[in-house]
Structures are given as C-alpha cells and as structure tokens.
Write a protein that binds this ligand. Structure first.
Ligand code: KG4
Ligand code: ZN
Length: 331
C-alpha cells in the first residue's frame, strides 16, 4: 500500500477534499458555493458558514470515492493560506481535529504551491525547472519552479488579479458573477479586434489590470452616451476584445519571462487557465517559440484539493509535517 494523503482546501468559495496515493489522485471532490452569485462576488462570512456546512460531507465523499478507510490514511494535508481568513479557519480547524482524532500527521500546504504543482496531477507534467504563470481570482504571479518545494516568484500583479480583471469587466458588460467563464463563452461569438483596449503599462515582469478596468468603464460610458443600446448591441464583440487584451498581455509577459530566463518549459495554472482563448493562443505561441507548454485539465485549473494533497505528499516525504499550533493566514 502506498502513501495515502487526504487533502482539504477551503481558501475561497470551494469546499474541496481529495485523496492521493503515491501522488496518484484517487478522488477529487469540489462542492462549489453557488450562493455568492446573487451578491456579485464572494461574501467572506457566507463562505465560512457554507464551508462549515459542507466540509464533513465533502471529506466523506472524497474518502468514499477513493475507496479508502480512515484507518488507511497516512497524513492530512490542508490549505492554511493564503485566502479568506474565516474560510481558511474552517479547513484548518477541521484538518486539525481530524488529525488529532485519528492520530495522523498534519501537513500544511500553501494554496499557491498547490496551484504551481497542479500541472503534475495528470502525469507526467514538466521537468524542472519550469516557468509557471498562476492566474486566478486572487492571484497573478510568475514563478520559476525548480523542484516540487522550491519556487521563486519573479513577477506579480501590483493591483487586481487576472481573474478579477475578467470578473470586473464582465460586470461592466452586465454579466453575472463570476464573469470569467461567461466572458469566455460570449467572446466566441464576437470580434476580438472590434476595439483595441490599451495595453497595461507596468515594467519588468509585473502585471497591472486596474487601468484596463477603468479604460473599459470610460469607453462604455462614452459610447452609451451616444447610443443607449451600445453594450447590448456589441456585447459579444466587447467581450472578445477585452478577453483578447487580457490574454495577449498575460502571454506577452510569460514569453518575455521565458526569453529573459532561457526557460522553455512553460505552465499556466489557476482558474483563468480554463479560458479557451488563452489555451489556444498559448499552444500556438509555444509551438512558434519552440517551448513546451503545460496547462492542467479543467478540473485542476480552478480551486481543488487534489493539488493540496499532492503538495502535502511532497512535504510529508521531506519531513515537513506541522504541529497543532499552526494557524490559518490570509496573505
Ligand atoms: O483558481 P480559482 O478557481 O479561484 C481562486 O483561487 O481565485 O479562480 C477563479 C477565477 C475567477 O476570477 C473566474 O472568473 C476565473 O477564474 N475563470 C475564468 C474562466 N474560468 C474561471 N476566467 C476566464 N475564462 C474562463 N474560462
Ligand atoms: Zn486558487
């Protein structure tokens, strides 16, 4: 019998649990909290309460699907941060109680570390080192990953995350929350060259998205002053043009980092890596630049516990278990 790890993830609005055995994912359960949609964004207090309501059943489902008994587990991995404090506290407290009751070692896995390693959840994944662009609702980061537990951040957003750029501009178009997937779908029917939104200007390998959001806001305000129906008439074209700008900008930075570091193995992870145009353009640019490209399958792009179980596996092997004084951290 191999090393069996239960992973628990509760950093934002997905209550997730997974079981892996020697890095092979046996189950991956995600209970998404759909209740936030009507508020136009994640309500932290509501997220905490829903995690509390869902976590026991989610863990039970992960164990059942993996066909693993409590007595067959070797360790419990969990996300202590970064994320929403109250949400993280639910997963952290549950993991501690679970480990205490079953006398299991506790392994703290960082949420960002989980995303970085999500490219390995469908083997074989890249060889080291690889460059990883993490794009989610909370983060936009460029990292050199030298080994499972050895990563260096070389660029990050100075304001909004890429997912926020999608969600906030989608909201301006009147789309529901989260707007990223809806924008992706709508953009398929639109013209990406309908309007050239300005490229964000920030030096080096850092990112900025707040200017784009403002540019979209003012553009729509001015056009609506001339034509009340402007957004309705051009919704798909607007979605395609905004998406085109975000995707082009993300890829330009990733390939700039590749040129500067000489690393030709590239990965994109996190919720925004589910974007179809990003996936398509990434593959095309990798082929053109002679790079090897990696994006996890959809189920591992957005928040999940399989990546936490996987990260915990490597920490456990490295002897990096934690005691029960560990606490959740927001950032
Ligand atoms: O990684 P994730 O599930 O949660 C965080 O850690 O934030 O990412 C969620 C983000 C949201 O902003 C959502 O709009 C975006 O990922 N997203 C997408 C797509 N699917 C999810 N953005 C663009 N296109 C998509 N297909
Ligand atoms: Zn995430």
């Amino acid at each position: 019998m191999g090393l069996r790890i239960l992973g628990i993830e509760s950093s934002c609005d997905d209550t997730a649990a997974a079981v892996c055995e020697d890095c092979k994912i046996l189950s991956n359960i995600v209970s998404s909290q759909l209740n936030h949609a009507k508020y136009g964004g994640v309500i932290p207090e509501l997220a905490s309460r829903l995690h509390l309501a869902q976590i026991a059943a989610t863990v039970r489902a992960a164990l059942a699907e993996a066909n693993v008994l409590l007595a067959e587990l070797d360790a419990v991995g969990f996300t202590a941060g970064p994320g929403l404090m109250g949400a993280l506290m639910v997963g952290t407290s549950f993991a501690k109680g679970f480990a205490l009751a079953l006398d299991l070692p506790l392994v703290e896995a960082n949420h960002m570390e989980g995303h970085l390693l999500s490219v390995f959840l469908e083997p074989p994944g890249p060889a080291f080192p690889y460059l990883c662009l993490t794009v989610s609702g909370g983060h936009t980061q460029l990292t050199i990953v030298r080994d499972y537990l050895d990563a260096e951040v070389i660029g990050k957003t100075i304001d909004d995350a890429a997912g926020e750029a999608f969600d906030k501009t989608a909201k301006l178009l009147g789309l529901a929350y989260p707007g990223g997937p809806l924008m992706d779908k709508l953009a398929r029917e639109g013209d990406p060259h309908f309007y050239a939104f300005p490229e964000p200007k920030v030096g080096g390998l850092d990112f900025s998205f707040s200017g784009l959001k403002t540019a979209v806001l003012y553009f729509l305000r001015d056009r609506k002053a001339e034509d009340e129906q402007f957004i309705e008439t051009h919704k798909a074209d607007l979605a395609a043009s905004i998406q085109h700008r975000i995707v082009g900008y993300l890829l330009d930075k990733l390939f700039k980092a590749s040129a500067e570091t000489g690393i030709k193995r590239l990965a994109i992870v996190g919720g925004v890596s589910a974007n179809s145009r990003l996936r398509e353009f990434f593959a095309a640019r990798c082929a053109k630049a002679g790079c090897e490209g990696f994006i996890p399958p959809f189920k591992y792009c957005t928040d999940n516990a399989a990546m936490i179980a996987f990260a915990a596996h490597h920490k456990y092997l490295a002897g990096r278990t934690t005691d029960h004084s560990v606490t959740a951290f927001a950032s």
